[in-house]
Design a protein around this ligand. Sequence first.
Ligand code: SAH
Length: 233
Amino acid sequence: MSPIVFVSLGPGEADLITLKGLKVLQTADCIFYPATILKEGAVSSRALDIMMELDIDPKKTIPFHVPMSKDRSPAIDAYNRVSEEAVQQYLLNLKVAIVAEGDAGFYSSIHYIFDTLVKQNIRVEHIAGIPAFIASGALAGIHIVKQEEELNVIPGIISASSLIDKINSGKVVVIMKVSQCQDAVKECISAIPTATFHYFENVGVKEKEYYTCDTQEIISRKFPYFSLMIIHQ
Ligand code: SAH
């Protein structure tokens, strides 16, 4: 039986998937992808947008809805359902893929599905991809870390004082999910005028991509879900 393959799609620009990932999607029998149901009832899925740009047959794509609540249990239920469905297809000897944005093993909640399958002794494979912060560094033309510098990647749950301490310790800081700590970041911008704050939204996504290192612009902006920051002292 073919393993269930976790394919990393890259941050948003279709061309940033790997050839290995693309080949798996082209030959898969079914592809599970994460989607969000918006308040108005519309369905939004960056993963599907990327696959459509890559000309993947929509008939073999199957959405799973990831609830966006703070309570993790509805999301866990959704992941358990996907695991079961994926196993059913796998046992029919079909080629199954499960996709994630960026890299599937980097702050990616679908790794929960991966772990569930491993526990059941199902064969799985993870195809590496370009995480959003790497694509962001390239967009801004910055050298994210050089020589002896250390990188600290954090998930957006931080106070202004802890963030200030990290930056003052000389580490380069990447903040994922920066929308969750925008007040702390804005306070930090005023507190450390010598630091450079590189702010990104929707990297690689046509007409939505945005980058600035102008602190006034950052302060006036409301950070969306697909935003992140790279900070250099
Ligand atoms: N697996 C992804 C990270 C998922 S966590 C990766 O490898 O990059 C979700 C967070 O990733 C978002 O809140 C945002 O901080 C960041 N992100 C993902 N795609 C992005 C994009 N295209 N532009 C900016 N930030 C992005």
